[in-house]
Write a protein that binds this ligand. Structure first.
Ligand code: HEM
Length: 221
């Protein structure tokens, strides 16, 4: 929700106001107040509130958490790291995992108020064709939780960072509906009325713009 103060909302001063003339702010002052209020709304709730990046301890802690998460995840056989079928192709080599960690770290940094910026494809594009399942995503999230606890991140920060990752689920998970384009009884429009689609977070149309957008990265290519 975006709240915007407008002049109309503020200049409702009754004409028979008992206020002395000098107490009624000028149009210029009102306009300055409005921009100050609008500016304040875009900032964190408290001006002294630190970003999650700063609270966690900056780049070194973030990198440790990412490194730990990926090191745990890469040996987890629940997750298929070969990602065969991904159009861009990917091999789980040590070098590629290091690149992945670097990209992930930049992505997360940007999401949580850090200085490093991610300039790669958005999450839907980066994982396109990999057919990552909810089960794999859950496994990944469990490694993240373990890594956060292992690196002494506070409980609040653990929750906040987990939420940042969780928000990408709809863009990353792409479970194929088993019947898709293959069932002979499926009509051409694709609207068979079937309820076999597996979970709520799969089958996102590529232009979907729900609550899965995080920050300003949703539109990056
Ligand atoms: C089971 C879960 C996941 C798997 C199997 C997976 C797999 C991959 C693979 C193989 C790549 C490399 C693609 C390429 O270079 O062509 C990649 C890229 C990426 N993934 Fe994931 N991913 C998973 C979850 C996540 C999550 C939860 C995030 C959270 C934000 C994420 C963020 C990224 C980013 C930022 C990149 C781009 C890295 C870069 O090249 O700069 N991934 N992912």
């Amino acid at each position: 929700m975006k709240i915007e103060f407008t002049t109309a909302a503020v200049v409702c001063v009754p004409s028979d106001s008992a206020l002395p003339r000098t107490a009624i702010p000028s149009a210029q002052a009102i306009s300055a107040m409005i921009s100050a209020m609008n500016g304040a709304l875009k900032m964190p709730l408290k001006s002294d509130e630190k970003s999650l990046y700063a609270r966690m301890g900056g780049e070194s802690v973030l990198n440790r958490v990412i490194d730990d998460t990926i090191e745990r995840a890469r040996v987890d056989t629940t997750i298929d790291w070969s990602r065969e079928g991904a159009p861009q192709g990917w091999k789980p080599t040590p070098e590629n995992f290091e690149d992945f960690k670097r990209g992930l770290s930049r992505y997360v940094s940007e999401e949580i108020g850090g200085p490093q910026k991610y300039e790669g494809p958005d999450m839907r594009q980066a994982h396109k064709g990999m057919r990552i399942t909810n089960e794999e995503f859950d496994a990944f999230m469990n490694h993240l939780r373990a890594a956060l606890a292992n690196n002494n991140v506070s409980e609040k920060d653990q929750r906040d960072l987990t939420r940042v990752f969780e928000k990408t689920r709809k863009q990353i998970v792409q479970e194929q509906a088993p019947e898709q384009d293959r069932r002979p009884d499926r009509d051409a429009s694709g609207s068979s009325g079937s309820s076999t689609s597996s979970s709520s977070s799969d089958q996102q149309p590529s232009g979907a713009s729900g609550d899965d957008r995080i920050g300003n990265t949703g539109t990056k290519q």
